[in-house]
Ligand binder design. Sequence first.
Ligand code: URA
Length: 229
Amino acid sequence: MRLDKFICDCTGLTRSQAGKLIRQGLVTLNQKLCKQPATQVAATDQVTLEDEELQLIGLRYFVMNKPAGYVCSTDDPDHNTVFALMDEPLLERLHTVGRLDLDTTGILLITDDGQWSHRISSPKHECAKTYRAFLADPVEESAIAQFAEGVMLRGEKLPTKPAELVIVTPTECLLTIHEGRYHQVKRMFAAIGNKVEQLHREQIGDLMLADDLAEGEYRALTAAEIAAF
Ligand code: URA
């Protein structure tokens, strides 16, 4: 890889900013001043910028327990974003895998690997997501069959894909869906005349939110967890 590209990957600087710093003599390669942006660099080489050693950051994969009151977008002038809860370099490279609403809590995947997140959120892969929903009104048993068959959401042309509903108490349910339409869970309950008052995502694929990850906390996924998606 070129030296200027190596610096961009480590720091988030643009190629022209990196080139300028190199030409200014602020970069060393294996303890020697290097002023050529096109110089080839190997992963084992030591590069410093203004006397600080640079480290390449590989692809990153995290799971967070999202609290209410945070949005999943990268910038929102009116709300805190989930990235404000993270202490990681180059935060601007990260994105959430799908989105949870401002008031929805629970398991959220965050990465800078676009192919991986596409695999999880693409409708083709039908990755299961399980939500615990607290409802305004008691849910009828008939909702189980309605959701298994699919319901029409307002403004959409196709019914929802088969979803599994488990009634825990008359106003508390577990709903597993295999797609990710906008506000899907809230709109599914609206379609059967109910209202979601509180929503918490407990599971994505085989990955469950563990009790030891407190609200607002996150951790890196293990290699096995990454590969399982
Ligand atoms: N469905 C919703 O309605 N909201 C969410 O945040 C996630 C799924």
